[in-house]
Write a protein that binds this ligand. Structure first.
Ligand SMILES: Nc1nc2c(c(=O)[nH]1)N[C@H]1C(S)=C(S)[C@@H](COP(=O)(O)OP(=O)(O)OC[C@H]3O[C@@H](n4cnc5c(=O)[nH]c(N)nc54)[C@H](O)[C@@H]3O)O[C@H]1N2
Ligand SMILES: Nc1nc2c(c(=O)[nH]1)N[C@H]1C(S)=C(S)[C@@H](COP(=O)(O)OP(=O)(O)OC[C@H]3O[C@@H](n4cnc5c(=O)[nH]c(N)nc54)[C@H](O)[C@@H]3O)O[C@H]1N2
Ligand SMILES: [Mo]
Length: 747
């Protein structure tokens, strides 16, 4: 078969005089596409990286920042020993023995005073499945805390909840292979030209060769992605659900439905239909600002296409009505029968290289192997697999990081272990988050000093990418193994080794008095996890490290009888919604109240997918007189999040050395602001000073600020301004909408 995409290309970047000594199998750690790469090693150091030509995910390509991602490993700022805050308030060099014993003493004190839930572990979507799995085990079965969360809450919690609602279990239905066949692709709140360039190349190279797909982009900004669209729906901020409700109503009234699919494989179509009844195209147009004829065209394209992949990312997840909008997209696919077929399916994305993996193995609010904590039989299984008393397993309602901030304010959490994330740049409403962390005993596990280590009581230096072994899960369920290319610097330990060491020092045991965490290598951890996954949606029992390397990744489920894995879910039109099997009984679409087993049973889903009514509530904070602009925040091509890595690569940093605010030219002229002029941006929570960029990328009345910048030089953190209101189902914060004011600096 002719490849739909993949012009000859191999991205490679090496800094080395002379021969590379060896190339080591790995996967890029800077976004969720999961591009296969080989790490170049010379004299015990990483000296470069090249894309793997035989990996079907990237065919040799790597995005720009991926090519420099190894440079920070060799940076002089690397922390090479633990730090403990002394009586004078300064971080002071300590041995591992001192640091770990101090942490253990503190954890025990807090647990004695406040119980297991006095301890919270806040991890990441950038680590390995083996790390997350260990966190799940230590947290749930060892410490007895259900306060496990991660920056994945900020990232892909909405993916999880829209999938649970519609299909009964987590797991994204389509895969990247469907991009090569889809007649139409809708990128909804997703700007892959900057945030997933290899993914975008895959679409655009095919489009150049074949004229397909028809590309719809839904974004209030004219992004680099939107510029390439056949149809750009440049909607008003916070109107995702309104837009989708209008389109869905139109498609239903035109009769563009797969009635047989609806009849045979779904429940609650009529309830969904009723919920969109009030959404005439005129009303949807009023809310979204998109003219009726354009909406009609979009409805026709989505209503008549024979195959459709819809992606969602932060413009959906971090917007008002997040879960509602993503469920509406599932509704759209279900009513058109466009799921579980080549070229079709919702492709709710992940952002971080392994954020879906944390959900899968249970290191966040979930239970390992997509188990349902409300189902006693599922808990019994976990207890048996872990050889612990069922009664000692911590269960409780999912408490996301914003709830945890509140618990820190109330001194209910006394110990906060922060692993592989930099919340004092990435959390919304930073002024509030910082105060909460200052009140709490904080451990930060990070290779660099960061805005968050400023409030740490202990800092632990971990090995970085390339210096440790483990697996990651990308955005389309592909599991990759990353081999260790080099030894970490002396006296620096992998995240997994630190967790295991903690567990041993805490003397966490199973019910026979054996160490709770019995394994000591990543591969042993993976082998244990495989057993836990068996029989569940994310079954990985057919995988081994060796096979993962040989195949350049395998998509779950991969059982012993089907070790090659599964390209797309639900090809047999069977959905994991049996009451005894499902991962969740679901939540109320408006309030987020968890539903009972009985309520779920009444749906009679039993293997069918579930339509849900969707609602449009709009933004909790809208522009008003004193703060007249919509604030939108997001990403740039050159930087990774809080820039602890990318700012340490000179090539990347010089491309985007500081933050800015994008203004529409008419607003700029009204405010008498010129290009590059330093301005002050205020919100009800704080203010920052950044230069202005003027043009037509944003609509009038809207501004955009990249959120990558913290307070290295001066405070340019967009999150000084954002709100910490969350979606009622996924508890993901609304980073994409708040109100703000832009002022010319006169003095
Ligand atoms: N270069 C780079 N790439 C990355 C990352 C990075 O830091 N840098 N991070 C990775 C991670 S963790 C993630 S989560 C992904 C995120 O990847 P994306 O989601 O593609 O990136 P964002 O810039 O956060 O947001 C996407 C778009 O949402 C739009 N948006 C804002 N409000 C609305 C709205 O109301 N409706 C709609 N439809 N759209 C809206 C914004 O204008 C923006 O263009 O990127 C991954 N890739
Ligand atoms: N305003 C606004 N805010 C946002 C977003 C937005 O769009 N707008 N997006 C949100 C999203 S989607 C995300 S994913 C978050 C990301 O936000 P964060 O996760 O806070 O950002 P990172 O910079 O990726 O932080 C990772 C940290 O881990 C450290 N690190 C690197 N390698 C290792 C390792 O091997 N082990 C350990 N232990 N540490 C390591 C790095 O030095 C860094 O400090 O930001 C969120 N915040
Ligand atoms: Mo993310």
């Amino acid at each position: 078969m002719m490849m739909a995409w993949g012009d000859e290309r191999q991205d490679i970047h090496i800094h080395s005089q002379g021969e590379v000594e060896k190339w080591v199998h790995s996967t890029c750690n800077l976004c969720s596409i999961g591009c296969g790469c080989d790490i170049a090693v010379k004299e015990g150091h990483i000296v470069g990286v090249k894309g793997k030509k035989d990996d079907s995910i990237n065919l040799g390509r790597l995005d720009p920042k991926a090519q420099y991602q190894w440079e920070p490993n060799n940076h002089e700022d690397r922390l090479l020993h633990p730090l403990i805050r002394n009586k004078e308030g300064n971080l002071e060099k300590a041995s591992w023995e001192e640091a770990m014993n101090y942490i253990v003493k503190k954890a025990k004190e807090v647990m004695k005073e406040k119980g297991g839930d006095g301890v919270a572990i806040y991890s990441t979507g950038q680590g390995f499945l083996e790390d997350y799995y260990t966190i799940a085990k230590i947290g749930r079965a060892g410490l007895g805390t259900h306060l496990l969360d991660a920056n994945t809450r900020l990232c892909t919690a909405t993916t999880e909840w829209c999938l649970l609602q519609s299909f009964g279990a987590d797991g994204v239905p389509a895969s990247f292979e469907d991009l090569d066949e889809a007649e139409t692709i809708m990128l909804f709140g997703h700007n892959p030209a900057e945030t997933g360039t290899v993914f975008f190349d895959r679409i655009m190279e095919r489009k150049k060769k074949t004229g397909r797909p028809y590309l719809i982009v839904v974004d209030p900004r004219e992004t680099l992605t939107a510029k390439e669209a056949d149809l750009h729906l440049q909607l008003k901020p916070a109107s995702n659900a309104a837009l989708l409700n209008g389109l869905i109503r139109e498609i239903i009234s035109e009769g563009w439905l797969d009635k047989e699919f609806i009849e045979k494989n779904t429940v609650q179509f009529n309830e969904m239909k009723e919920s969109v009844e009030p959404w005439s195209l005129e009303r949807a147009s009023n809310e979204s600002g998109i003219p009726v004829p354009t909406l009609r065209l979009a409805a026709e394209k989505l209503g008549r296409t024979e195959s459709l992949v819809s992606t969602t990312l932060q413009g959906a997840f971090q917007s008002s009505d997040a879960t509602s909008a993503c469920v509406a997209i599932n509704n759209l696919h279900l009513m058109r029968g466009l799921i579980g077929k080549p070229g079709s399916g919702p492709l709710h994305m992940a952002g971080q290289p392994s954020s879906s993996g944390n959900r899968t193995v249970g290191g966040v609010g979930t239970y390992p192997g997509n188990r349902n904590p409300e189902n006693p039989e599922h808990l019994r299984e976990v207890a048996e697999l872990w050889n612990v008393e069922e009664s000692t397993l911590a269960v409780g309602p999912e408490k996301g990081i914003i709830k945890q901030i509140e618990l820190m304010e109330k001194e209910k959490i006394g110990f906060f272990w922060n692993i592989h994330t930099n919340p004092l740049v990435s959390l919304p409403n930073l002024p509030r988050a910082k105060k909460a962390l200052e009140k709490t005993f904080v451990v930060v596990q990070d290779p660099f000093l960061t805005e968050t280590t400023e409030v740490a009581d202990v800092v632990l230096p971990p090995a970085m990418w390339g210096e440790k072994e483990g697996t990651m899960e990308n955005a389309d369920r592909t599991i990759n193994v990353l081999r260790k290319a080099v030894e970490p610097p002396p006296n620096v330990k992998s995240d997994l080794d630190i967790l295991i060491d903690f567990s041993r020092r805490m003397e966490l045991q199973d019910k026979d008095g054996n160490p709770l965490v019995g394994y000591s290598t990543p591969e042993e951890a993976f082998e244990e996890w495989k057993k836990v996954s068996e029989g569940r949606p994310s079954d990985m029992s057919g995988m081994t490290y060796e096979k993962l390397e040989k195949e350049n990744g395998i998509r779950w489920p991969a059982t012993q009888s089907k070790p090659e894995g599964t390209v797309r879910l639900y090809e047999n039109n069977h959905f994991p919604t049996e009451t005894e099997y499902c991962q969740s009984y679901g939540k109320d679409m408006v309030t987020g109240r968890p539903k009972t087993e009985k309520e779920f049973e009444q749906l009679n889903a039993d293997g069918k997918a579930i339509f849900h009514p969707t609602r449009h509530l709009g933004a909790p904070e809208k522009p008003r007189k004193d703060f007249p602009f919509w604030l939108n925040t997001g990403r740039l091509l050159w930087h990774w999040h809080t820039r602890t890595k990318t700012a340490r690569s000179p090539e990347l940093n010089e491309k985007a050395p500081e933050a800015y605010v994008t203004l529409h030219e008419d607003d700029a002229s009204f405010l008498d602001i010129s290009e590059e002029e330093l301005v002050q941006v205020f919100s009800p929570r704080g203010s920052i000073k950044v230069p202005a960029r003027i043009g037509t990328e944003v609509n009038q009345g809207e501004v955009f600020i990249p959120f990558h910048y913290g307070n290295w030089e001066e405070n340019q953190a967009a999150n000084q301004l954002t709100i910490d209101v969350v979606d009622p189902l996924s508890h993901q914060p609304i980073f994409k909408q708040a109100s703000c004011r832009v002022e010319k600096i006169t003095e």
